[in-house]
Design a protein. Structure first.
Length: 161
């Protein structure tokens, strides 16, 4: 598969079928939830023991890790890339800028499956809204603060807040 022919649905299907515990986070998750944001990349938080499965799912799309698996585990992050860019977090837990510890296993237990709207029968795993807000607080850049505002509005619409 040429990098320029990236098939997002097939990519999400491959991750789903790989068995890897992988959460789509970042703005691409907001897009799946129906929020009006733009993004050019993907962000995933993957269980630290499932990197091999996740990387194997990405390999047919010619997405290559920028560092070895052991190094990624040590650093807590890496990138898969070709003409696409996928940031991958691999820590068991991360801390928000204001000191809240967020554990992958807890977020995974509260995740929600979002069915792709195109009828492909593919579910993408995303954090619940409150946990997605926490992931936005890892960096708390201006765009993250705007994303948090939008997520709070969605939360009110859904009756979850």
């Amino acid at each position: 598969m040429r990098a320029d022919d990236f098939d997002e649905i097939a990519f999400f299907r491959a991750i789903h079928e790989s068995g890897a515990s992988a959460l789509l986070i970042g703005r691409r998750a907001l897009v799946l939830l129906g929020l009006p944001v733009l993004t050019a990349d993907y962000d995933f938080w993957v269980h630290i023991e499932h990197l091999a499965e996740f990387n194997a799912a990405a390999a047919p799309f010619e997405l290559h890790p920028t560092i070895a698996t052991d190094e990624a585990r040590r650093l807590g992050r890496y990138v898969l890339e070709n003409s696409e860019h996928i940031d991958v977090l691999v820590a068991r837990s991360l801390t928000t800028l204001d000191g809240v510890t967020v554990r992958f296993d807890d977020v995974w237990a509260r995740r929600r499956a979002v069915r792709l709207a195109d009828g492909a029968g593919v579910d993408v795993q995303v954090p619940g809204i409150e946990d997605l807000i926490l992931t936005k607080r890892f960096a708390a850049r201006p765009k993250d603060l705007e994303d948090i505002r939008l997520l709070r509005l969605l939360q009110r619409e859904d009756g979850d807040g």
